[in-house]
Design a protein around this ligand. Structure first.
Ligand SMILES: [Zn+2]
Length: 330
C-alpha cells in the first residue's frame, strides 16, 4: 500500500544563525537548507518579530510548493517547554520566557512543535542517523558550548524537571574558569571552542607557537587557527587538542560507566572542523572505561547530518503528530 508523502518545515535557531529546510517523514531534505542571521537588537537580544519576518518568505514558498505540509518543527539553543513552545531560558539569544512557538503558530497557521536543539539532534540521529538501532546512547556536541542529551532504554531521557543532559556542566575544577551557567570549572570551560581559542592564545603569548601567531595575523587566536595548526602538527596545537580529547574522554567515560551506554554520537562545529578529535577521544576513553564489555562495545560516531538539530526539528513534527509511529519519548 502506497502512503502519501507528507512534509514539514524544520527550523533550527542557533546562537548566530537560523537554518530552515523542508523534509518528508523519511528524513529526506527537499531543496536546499536556507540560512539567515539571527536578528539582534541594540541590547544584543534576539528580536522574535524580526525573526518571523526573516523566515516568512521561506515558509510561504514551502506552503506554495509542498502539500500536505503538516507542521513546523522548531529547535532552539536553550531550555524550551516542549508543550507550549515557550523559550524558557536561551542565554545565546538573551531570551527569558519568550512564547516563540505560539508566535510562529499565529504567524503561519500551522501546528508548531518546539524543543531544545540537543534533544532534537538526538531524535534525528535515532530516527534517521547513525544511532538508528541504538537503545542507549548519548548525543554530544562540541562547539561554542559542550554538552548533549541522553537516549536511554529506547526513549529520550528528559529527567525530573526536563533538564537532563547538560553533562558539559559537570564540574572538573571547582576553582576553575567562570562558566556561562554561573558556576566555575565545568568541563565546558576546558573543552568547548572558546577554551580551545583561549589555550591557543596563551601558547602564542608564551612564544610557544610561531605558527599560530602567524596564522592569526596579529589578531586573537581563534578555534579555527588552533585546529589548522593542529593539522600541520604544530606542537602547541597538538598538545591543546590532545588535552581537550583527554578531558572529553574523562567526562564521557563517566556517563558510559554510570549509564552503560552503547554509543556516543559527536557533532558540533569543533568536531566538524577537527574530525581527528573524535579519534583521539575514542583512544583516550578506553582507558577510563570500567568494564571489558564497554571497552569492546562502545562506539563513538560522528553526527550523520550537517545540522542534526535541524533534521531533529523535522523529526519532532512527524513523531509528535503521529506520522511516525515509534514511541521514542518525543
Ligand atoms: Zn557550567
Amino acid at each position: 500500500m502506497a502512503h502519501e508523502t507528507v512534509y514539514c518545515i524544520g527550523i533550527d535557531i542557533g546562537g548566530t544563525k537560523i537554518s530552515l529546510g523542508v523534509f518528508d517523514s523519511n528524513g529526506l531534505l527537499y531543496g536546499q537548507i536556507q540560512n539567515v542571521p539571527v536578528p539582534f537588537d541594540e541590547k544584543k537580544v534576539a528580536d522574535p518579530n524580526r525573526m518571523i519576518n526573516l523566515i516568512t518568505p521561506f515558509i510561504e514558498d514551502a506552503q506554495n510548493h509542498y502539500s500536505p505540509l503538516i507542521g513546523i518543527g522548531l529547535s532552539i539553543c536553550g531550555n524550551v517547554d516542549k508543550h507550549t513552545g515557550e523559550a524558557v531560558l536561551t542565554p545565546n539569544l538573551h531570551w527569558r520566557n519568550v512564547p516563540f512557538g505560539a508566535m510562529v503558530q499565529r504567524a503561519f497557521h500551522l501546528p508548531v512543535f518546539a524543543g531544545t536543539d540537543v534533544r532534537a539532534a538526538t531524535l534525528a540521529e535515532r530516527l534517521w542517523g547513525v544511532a538508528r538501532n541504538a537503545r542507549f546512547f548519548a548525543w554530544c556536541t562540541v562547539g561554542t558550548g559542550y554538552g548533549g542529551y541522553l537516549f536511554l532504554d529506547g526513549k529520550l531521557y528528559d529527567g525530573y524537571h526536563g533538564f537532563a543532559g547538560p553533562f558539559g556542566h559537570i564540574t572538573w575544577d571547582e576553582e576553575g574558569y567562570p562558566c556561562g551557567c554561573g558556576r566555575r570549572g565545568c568541563f565546558e570551560t576546558f573543552v568547548a571552542g572558546p577554551a580551545i581559542a583561549r589555550a591557543g592564545q596563551a601558547a602564542v603569548d608564551a612564544g610557544h607557537s610561531p605558527l599560530m601567531a602567524s596564522l592569526s595575523q596579529g589578531g586573537r587566536v581563534t578555534t579555527q587557527v588552533v585546529i589548522q595548526a593542529y593539522y600541520q602538527n604544530d606542537a602547541a596545537a597538538v598538545s591543546i587538542i590532545e588535552q581537550v580529547a583527554r578531558l572529553i574522554a574523562i567526562n564521557l567515560s563517566g556517563l558510559v560507566n554510570a549509564l552503560d551506554l552503547e554509543m556516543i554520537v559527536l557533532g558540533g562545529g569543533v568536531i566538524q572542523a577537527c574530525p581527528k578529535l573524535l579519534d583521539r577521544i575514542d583512544h583516550h576513553i578506553r582507558y577510563h572505561l570500567m568494564s571489558d564489555e564497554a571497552r569492546r562495545d562502545l562506539r563513538l560516531e560522528q553526527e550523520t547530518f550537517v545540522n542534526s538539530a535541524l533534521y531533529g526539528a523535522a523529526a519532532d513534527v512527524f513523531v509528535r503528530s503521529g506520522v511516525i509511529h515509534e514511541a521514542l519519548g518525543a
